[in-house]
Design a binder for this molecule. Structure first.
Ligand SMILES: Nc1ncnc2c1ncn2[C@@H]1O[C@H](COP(=O)(O)OP(=O)(O)O)[C@@H](O)[C@H]1O
Ligand SMILES: [Mg+2]
Length: 149
């Protein structure tokens, strides 16, 4: 881990437990503004959903509500103070165009934080964070790139 604040832009967190993936998500949530989009790339089992669980917790959403959207495509969660998290998964979609049809940009425009697993070539106009997760043996490496200032 690269310091208690978690990985900053361009830094890499090395994690070996699901709880650590969740903790990275929690710390990322502290930096997110309404309307931010978080794109999560990495192979199946890398910990993307677990990291989103941490984002949810950090936004004041009950983390036990968070489930993989791999079949539902999009899940929406609301925190106690009205903060919204829209959580999508492009894995089962045929292409990026199908992801464009899920209303994710609209959700961001309305102030939801939008987290997308397997985002393919999805592009969004606003602030976009990129999370790249790699599996290397027992380690899951997590690299976060902040939106361009
Ligand atoms: N950093 C980690 N180290 C070890 N296991 C992890 C880590 N993050 C998540 N896991 C576990 O790996 C499995 C897949 O996690 P999940 O978040 O569903 O991955 P993905 O959404 O990328 O397919 C789960 O059992 C989860 O608890
Ligand atoms: Mg997943």
């Amino acid at each position: 881990m690269t310091g208690s604040a978690g990985p900053g832009a361009g830094e890499t967190a090395v994690t070996t437990t699901p709880e650590a993936s969740e903790a990275v998500g929690r710390r990322l949530a502290a930096q997110l503004a309404p309307g931010d989009v978080v794109l999560l790339d990495g192979p199946l089992g890398a910990g993307k959903t677990r990291l989103v669980t941490g984002i949810a917790a950090g936004l004041g959403i009950d983390p036990t509500e968070v489930h993989s959207p791999s079949y539902t495509l999009v899940n929406e969660y609301e925190g106690a103070d009205g903060r919204l998290l829209v959580h999508a998964d492009g894995y089962r979609l045929a292409d990026s165009a199908a992801l464009d049809d899920l209303g994710l940009e609209e959700a961001a425009a309305e102030g939801a934080v939008v987290a997308i697993e397997w985002p393919r070539a999805f592009t969004a106009g606003g602030r976009v964070w990129r999370v790249v997760m790699e599996v290397a043996g027992e380690q899951r490496r997590i690299r976060i790139t902040a939106p361009a200032p």
